[in-house]
Design a protein around this ligand. Structure first.
Ligand code: PLP
Length: 296
């Protein structure tokens, strides 16, 4: 589950002190971090005997993809409120989700904007009753709590490592992980978004709820988005293809390649030292590769 990158330089930079935590190889039908975030939601639905869960995402949402897969395997019906035109063809991700039985409800951008409004959620609760509503990305304390299990994996599988790096979207995984570790650890998030200025605030709130008195030190780096969410620039593409070729590990451009490209740049500039063993978390998302023509 932990893979050392060994001394095989990528584009002239050694990543010999970096190891990969392969969460993309865990999680069964929903590989990567999403199964951790969804764990308590599905457990809660079953505990309360609620037969259906409803959540939100775009046409390439890893969150909805995982929810569809886990719902299918655990016998919980899933509804996806998807930001897309009704006439637009399904993405490869939505094709999978429908195959797993997810009911796809296309909504306009305008309607999608109301996803966090209490009155809109109440309408959905009535329309799909009885159901449990999961906020977009599972971005709540319940989602973060499930990511505490990643901390347990790190303690048992990578006991030497105290510097942990992972890609960040909503910050939920980072918060849950940091809450599960003590302050001998530093958790560094690489934001996949451009200008996500509320991330620190969200992480702080989640930590306050989960584990205010004991958690890892943490910070988020905002300068490695390569042009914005799901955007790819030529340098990222070159790095990703080089890394995949040398290490025989598949990445995807939205999260994992950006995170490792950030590590690569920090090592190249000498800002990160080879004396500090670094654990980089491969959070999965490989199903999203199908959205990039140059990868298929
Ligand atoms: C969703 C996702 C993330 C981001 O997780 P957050 O908890 O939203 O920060 C990172 N990597 C992959 C592959 C993801 O699908």
């Amino acid at each position: 589950m932990v893979q050392d990158l060994g001394n095989m330089p990528v584009l002239g930079v050694s990543l010999a002190h970096v190891s990969l935590l392969r969460l993309d190889q865990t999680g069964g039908p929903a590989p990567g971090n999403k199964s951790f975030k969804l764990h308590h939601y599905l457990a809660e639905a079953k505990r309360l005997a609620i037969p259906r869960v409803v959540s939100f995402g775009g046409a390439w949402s890893n969150h909805l993809h995982a929810l569809a897969a886990l719902g299918h395997s655990q016998g919980v019906a899933a509804v996806g409120i998807v930001r897309k035109e009704a006439t637009e063809q399904d993405s490869a991700m939505l094709v999978d989700a429908r195959r797993w039985g997810m009911q796809i409800v296309p909504v306009s951008r305008q309607e999608y904007r109301r996803r966090n409004d209490a009155d809109y959620q109440q309408q959905l609760l009535e329309r799909f009753a009885p159901c449990l509503c999961i906020p977009e990305g599972g971005a709540t304390a319940m989602g973060a709590r499930g990511c505490g299990a990643i901390a347990d994996i790190i303690r048992s599988r990578a006991p030497r490592h105290r510097q942990v790096v992972l890609p960040v979207g909503t910050g939920t995984t980072l918060a849950g992980l940091a809450a599960g570790l003590d302050d001998s650890y530093e958790v560094i998030g690489i934001s996949a978004l451009r200008g996500a200025s509320d991330l620190e605030h969200r992480v702080r709130d989640l930590l306050c709820e989960l584990s205010p008195n004991s958690h890892a030190r943490w910070r988020i780096l905002h300068q490695f988005h390569c042009g914005g969410f799901a955007r790819v620039d030529p340098a990222l593409r070159e790095f990703m293809l080089a890394f995949e070729g040398i290490h025989a590990v598949q990445l995807e451009p939205v999260y994992t390649a950006k995170m490792l490209f950030a590590v690569h740049q920090l090592c190249a500039r000498g800002e990160w030292y080879s004396a500090v063993p670094t654990l980089a978390i491969h959070t999965g998302g490989l199903q999203g590769r199908r959205g990039y023509a140059w990868l298929s």
